[in-house]
Design a protein around this ligand. Sequence first.
Ligand SMILES: [Cu+2]
Length: 546
Amino acid sequence: MKALFPCRRTALACAALCIALAGGVFAAVPTEPCPRFAPGSTIVEPEDLFSSRGVLQLNLTYESRIDSSGNTLYCFTNSDGAQSPTLHVQPGDRLMINFRNALPASISTSSRHAMAGMIMTSSPSHTCGALVMTGSSANIHYHGTNTPPVCHQDEVITTLVNAGQSFQYDLQFPLNEPPGLYWYHPHVHGISESAVLGGASGALIVEGIERIAPMTAGLPERLMIVRDNLVPGNPTPGGSIPSWDISLNYAPVPYPDFTPVVIPMKPLEKQFWRVLNASADTILDVQLQYDGKAQPLEVVALDGVPTGSQDGTSIGKPIMENHILLAPAARAEFIVKGPPLTVLNATFLTLSVDTGPDGDNDPQRPLATIQASATAPAPSLSVSRTPGRFYEQRFAGLATAHVIARRKLYFSEVISDPTDPNSLTNFYITVDGQTPTLFDPNNPPAIVTTQGSVEDWTIENRAMENHEFHIHQIHFLVEAQNGVKVPEGQYLDTIQVPYWSGTGPYPSVTVRMDFRGPDVGDFVYHCHILGHEDSGMMAIIRVNPR
Ligand SMILES: [Cu+2]
């Protein structure tokens, strides 16, 4: 249940909330779902919901509307009308969501890839919720969480909630869930891209990061969710014209003006920024520039796992960066210092990303401008100072574990009609030696393993655009890139495999998969450019019980 006065809300923010509630300024109910802020707005963070006594329970309604450009927006709405609330849980908590799909029964998706998986149906022996997928089907994936891949928890292969239907989620978080930033979004194959482009996503925070990254304790905390969406008018991408527009916390930063969101900040103030790339397709490379000079970012967690934290010591080790590549779905949590008053132009931006000859156009553009003033209001939350208790690290010992299998997988793209260059492209992720197969929920698992095993996978990119490898339920340890060992690799759930130039060896990453945990059953791995996933680039792994 929602705690009315959660301890992490600052006293000032709490007082402001009380005044606002008493004064009725939040009483106005939006007349239409999925509202968006105006370009150039001051940043607004989502509503925060905190677990209490081990449980976070809420209602989420899946809604949509058509915006002024004719594109379909999607969102999750809490029973108090708030959109895409941030869900705060402790390791070991239960997350109970009464989910209702309030979309109209027939809805046209506004995705260029959306039709690829629309014929999907499930067999009656293998369903969770509705039997037949429609254009308005939905479900919820809890990205990055180490929760079970079973019906009513984090299961997406067979879970379908159709228009007008309700569904109960009851997730059990493990006691050793790494503290950090996770997220939730719909994951119905064939229409995941349109749902996420429409804005259906929210943040999920596993509390306790200050226990492993004590340098964050007490810092003002800023949640930033970058989403992408169709560019109004659908101009041909190239130069400054992006393949997708982006937004920050539902304030658009649209082509061609790219008017940034405003972030007020006290001069030289240290803040803890938790940044989620909730884009369907857009790769980000974020940087903080003061008068054109890149600022140090003290990274304390990536993909929800504190950096340098899983080696058996109880403490993480921050790393200094001056830009951070964020694949779609990736998260970075880092400490920044506000600009001094002498800085004229303080910008949080994404640099341009070279996605390859066949890739999208992800140009450099600002996300936000930092306005420094001594009277800047604080963010509504600050990191707890509560020491809490130490808990066992989820992936401890993985770096030195005995590897029982080595596998090679590869991303590839094949045009569906070789005689027609404009025909649809089929997107594959294939275990080397198997026949490339488009995803279908009724496919047999491409990989079968046993609980307790540790495996090394090398994933090649044989296509001329970037792909972003993601596996559900577990994180992996990054071991090598292009065969070169990565010292002290990080635990991630999503990693970019850069494009192949057309000659020479295929680019690759090697990652260590950890099936020692409690999760057994069928789950998926796929490219997290969701247009590619919808077009077939996904497969099933089965973990048999020990
Ligand atoms: Cu891809």
